[in-house]
Design a protein around this ligand. Structure first.
Ligand code: AMP
Length: 430
């Protein structure tokens, strides 16, 4: 055993679990392209300022959760990406994509890094899939990203997820609301904890997010953002809700949902799973028109998106038994050599099969025939292809269907024909 362990907050994904990841990823890829989103891959690290500007200096992520370092003593600080949106927007602006086409629909499945205290559902390296719709800010666009996210959940068979939604209005709405919040919280100075007091000064909306029970109690009576929205902001929100209702997507309006990042405006949403315990958020997102300007663009770029935590998604699926029918891929055929002298010929046959696109396995350690058969069964191969000296001399092979035990002596051409038949791939050994 090695004296080394994986770094705390990071984990290994072994083949049995990798199958589950691939399954989820395949559905994400399929549905994203069904909705017209194309994949983007950005670097794992970015200049630290990108996140400071993009996510906001008062957020937990920027305040205390970034893995930042200097690549060399004179260099600029760089940071392992703690979220994808800022990097995607940076990439789009850098390439000037919006001058080529007005709307860009991008999605990703990527690893992220946050220096949080590791616990169930919270890691220091984790993955998200998400989508960003850039260049249009209509309620239809926001509804489209929410719908894509919800369709992924539905296709995976997830049950009991709760979509909560709110409107953060535009900048004016929030300026007025912030003042109202400051006024409301001012008399509760003795109840507010240090973090809340700091938020009251810098970003009072985030007090609504507080997990402190005493603070939560006074939050209940706080003014509602909805009451500070101008008519146009309300109409925008109502239209998003209309689209969701039309599509049969259930939601709950949560007047206290503000989300942790500074760049959101208008619609914000979050999905939670009752299966997850304390860290119950599976995903969330919203509209973030001002991010581009924060990053130095001359104007806002209307934008909306979502991000879903892959680990929490997989945990919920596991708890709901949605992986029960998933089994790691098995080889179609296991090549078994009856005498050791035929080992090299066996290797050549396995090579031929693989070149033909047939998944084939073979023992590489010159073990006994019994051991080879044991492996074939352990791997759940559908067929065994026996190579024996008599048959070999005649250019023949014995192909055994390990499901039915039916065995036939055939030429290699006939073997290839059978193994190419679509039905042969469906033979499952129970
Ligand atoms: P956020 O960008 O913080 O809104 O995160 C979006 C989703 O990513 C959350 O709802 C979680 O499912 C997931 N997530 C965020 N932080 C972590 C973490 N440290 N470990 C695992 N999943 C996370």
């Amino acid at each position: 055993m090695s004296q080394y362990q994986a770094v705390k907050g990071a984990r290994d994904i072994f083949p049995e679990e990798a199958v589950q990841w691939k399954y989820v990823e395949a559905i994400v890829h399929t549905l994203a392209s069904l909705y017209g989103f194309s994949e983007i891959r950005t670097p794992v690290f970015e200049y630290t300022e990108l996140f400071q500007r993009g996510i906001g200096a008062t957020t937990d992520i920027v305040g205390k959760e970034m893995f930042s370092f200097l690549p060399d003593p004179s260099g600029r600080s760089i940071t392992l990406r703690p979220e994808m949106t800022a990097g995607v927007m940076r990439a789009v602006l850098q390439k000037n994509l919006l001058s080529q086409a007005p709307v860009h629909k991008l999605y990703y499945i990527s690893e992220l890094f946050r220096k949080e205290r590791p616990q169930a559902g919270r890691q220091r390296q984790f993955s998200q899939f998400g989508a960003e719709l850039l260049g249009v800010s209509s309620p239809a666009a926001v509804a489209e990203v929410i719908t894509l996210m919800m369709q992924v959940f539905e296709s995976l068979g997830l049950q009991g997820l709760k979509l909560r939604i709110n409107s953060l209005g535009d900048t004016d709405d929030r300026v007025r609301y912030r003042e109202a919040l400051k006024e409301y919280f001012a008399p509760f100075d003795d109840i507010l904890d240090e973090a809340s007091k700091e938020r009251l000064q810098k970003n009072p909306l985030r007090i609504l997010d507080s997990k402190n029970p005493a603070v939560q109690e006074i939050v209940v009576g706080a003014p509602r953002l909805y009451d500070y929205l101008k008519a146009a902001s309300r109409d925008d929100f109502e239209k998003v809700l209309f689209y969701l209702s039309e599509r049969g997507i259930a939601f709950e309006i949560d007047h206290r949902l503000v989300r942790g990042l500074d760049y959101y405006c208008h619609t914000a949403f979050e999905v939670t799973s009752s299966e997850l315990g304390a860290q119950d958020a599976i995903g969330g997102g919203g509209r973030y028109d001002s991010l581009a300007r924060e990053l130095g663009n001359s104007s806002d770029v209307p934008a909306s998106g979502f991000a879903v935590g892959m680990e929490r998604l997989l945990m919920t699926m596991e708890k709901q038994g949605l992986f029960a029918s998933l089994i790691p891929a098995a080889p179609l055929v296991y090549v078994v050599v009856q005498q050791q002298e035929l080992g090299d010929h066996g290797l050549q046959i396995a090579y031929r099969l693989r070149k033909e696109g047939i998944s084939a396995e073979i023992d590489l350690a010159a073990r006994s025939m019994k051991a080879q058969m044991r492996e074939a069964n352990r791997m759940r191969a559908s067929y065994a292809l026996f190579i024996g000296s008599t048959e070999y001399a005649a250019g023949l092979y014995s192909l055994k269907n390990l499901g039915t035990s039916e065995q036939r002596v055939l030429s290699l051409e006939a073997v290839l024909e059978i193994l190419h038949e679509p039905a042969s791939r469906e033979v499952v050994k129970l």
